[in-house]
Design a protein around this ligand. Structure first.
Ligand code: SF4
Length: 154
């Protein structure tokens, strides 16, 4: 199976603070499936480390008040092109990111407050009909992709 994945989940140091979001289950899945790691923010030309960003009234702004909406959309479009070219079956994405968040994001006040919503890239994937899975919904019980695909609630 072909799986698009937030690159930080495979241990790539592309997170805003220069670290990663290594996830053991995702790395286990990578042994059996073809993975396509992407970081839409890096693809958009942003440096690592970088100032954290949130979606503020529909526009991506960084914590210093700089508008980075164009970079976020450009990177998401490049990552989406990779997903489409490779006809991925699903995408496993990092939680709450302004790019990759599947179910929740931060509310734009940089106060740690969460709201329902999607990141820029996750929303594009969904609009293209590509299934998005929040990595936090992968438990031991979802370590099989077949089970993930059969589960309606994630
Ligand atoms: S944009 Fe996505 S892949 Fe890149 S660091 Fe953030 S959560 Fe990870």
């Amino acid at each position: 199976m072909k799986i698009l994945v937030s690159a930080c989940l495979l241990g790539e140091n592309c997170k805003y603070n220069g670290g990663n979001n290594y996830n053991k289950i995702v790395c286990e899945l990578a042994k059996e499936h073809q993975m396509f790691p992407v970081c839409p923010e890096v693809l958009g030309g942003l440096s690592t480390p970088r100032c954290p960003s949130e979606i503020v009234n529909g526009v991506v702004m960084n914590k210093e008040g700089i508008n980075v909406d164009r970079e976020f959309h450009s990177g998401a479009e490049k990552a989406l092109a990779i997903a489409k070219e490779n006809q991925v079956d699903l995408a496993i994405l990092q939680s709450r990111s302004p790019s990759c968040g599947v179910k929740e994001i931060y509310d734009g006040t940089f106060s740690g407050t969460k709201i329902s919503g999607q990141g820029i890239f996750a929303r594009m994937l969904r609009e293209e009909g590509i299934r998005t899975v929040d990595v936090e919904d992968l438990g031991e019980q979802f370590s099989s992709i077949t089970i993930i695909l059969e589960a309606d609630h994630i």
